[in-house]
Design a binder for this molecule. Sequence first.
Ligand code: KIV
Ligand code: ZN
Length: 563
Amino acid sequence: MLQHPETKYRPFPPIDLAERQWPNRTITRPPIWMSTDLRDGNQSLFEPMNGERKMRMFRMLCEIGFKEIEVAFPSASATDFNFVRELIEGGHIPEDVTIEVLTQAREHLIRRTMESLKGARHAIVHVYNPISKTFRDVVFGMSKAEVVDMAVSAVKLIKQLAAEQPETQWVLEYSPETFTAAELDFSLEICDAVTAAWGATPHNKVILNLPTTVEVATPNVYADQIEWMHRHLARRDSVILSLHTHNDRGTAVASTELALMAGADRVEGCLFGNGERTGNVDIVTLAMNLYTQGIAPGLDFSDINAVARTVEYCNQLPIHPRHPYVGDLVFTAFSGSHQDAIRKGFAAQQPGALWNVPYLPVDPKDVGRSYDSVIRVNSQSGKGGIAYLLETEYGVVMPRRLQVEFSGVVQQHADSHGGEISAAEIWQLFAATYLDTVEPVRYREHHLFEHGAAQGIRLNVEIHGTSHLLVGEGNGPIDAAVHALQGIGIKVQVRSYEERSMGASGEAGDARACAFMEIASPENNADCYGVGLDANIVTASIRALVSGVNRAGLSLRDGLRAA
Ligand code: KIV
Ligand code: ZN
């Protein structure tokens, strides 16, 4: 890169727009949407869609709710021409959907394009020519007057051919290509000439589509350009002002949103931002951005994954895992603090209340994504994500201090193994750490009995393959079991005890009760948790005690230690 880029590149000049209005406006309703997936999107593919892929995309666009769909560039390829014929002759176009086709402003191409539309009920003919100085001077060697004449002649020819096909309801769309790089007064001149040539009226509106063919400035500059046109157009009431943004600077969504505030009525774009170079604006993001402001976008992405898979199939291009609203990772948090906040947010979210879950701008459920994928765990994760997964997948609701203790175990595992840890792996670690501990003491069974006011227990345990019957008494079963364990030299205190019921789900099988016991031992001055699972709550608590004893690493009395 250059040390002095100013010698090669210059800043885009600001627009002279007195008292611009758009910064004070908000978007309160959706625009008219037009999908150009089958045209601009299709043109940009390594392998343009064949008829089967085009039809699949068309059907899905109709299902999503698009009422205007640019289906082809009929004069550019036989596939496109034939596709338009198939749509019309096969009766594939729903009554409320209007197809659109693109043509350059050249006579033979316009004739071929109009031919493709024979028999259509409604059609938008979209004609364009490049108008900026670079194109006039460098590419075509045309004067401004010649460029205007090219557009006007094309419009007159379309008008004449349309009159010869009266069975179709026609709408004209004109795009001054490279609008953002052109002089605004020249854009105005050519647009006014086009609407005059067509004879636009409020009942026969022309779509004027003002593209950022290539993004050349910040989004506020585009908004200024649109507001300037909106204010100066001769027949504003006879015009549908349309936006067609590309993403060269990565700001297509922002440009479109600001330009809608500036007075535009309509938006052209592609699903998930396919399109030439860096793509057309992503209509899904625009629609979902509206949705998260409480505005029904008029497009349905309730099953966003299904839409994504069809788009990937038709375009033969993958969608990035971090793509807004749809990427595989966008409803996933790896960072521990995020996971913690999300978990608390879900717990606090009341049915029917306004959405208020941290880090998630939209309820994943609304786009058909599940909560299951919300939290994933890797070495960056904290206790929140781990606790969330154990709770949602296995019904184990850990006490807070156990969350801290167990997150250390998971962290160690993640550090030594690397990569993401699935919910199933977390469960295995949990079971191995707390539930399956049998060394040195394996719980076998117990029987309770009453001894006057005291609770008695006969606790059968196995130590190094030998069965031992331990007897104790206390003020309850746990206390009795603590005393019984003294028979093998183990002295512990129960610091805290909690029990929770669980669903009969997952690996936990039929278990209904989960007991958590935090124990302390004078022997090594360490606190640690034990966990027990069982259909019976007393058994779960005694298992939890034995689990804690094993985890504390306490010594057995002489004669019981391993050889
Ligand atoms: O990006 C563009 O300018 C176009 C026109 C044909 C509208 O695709
Ligand atoms: Zn384009």
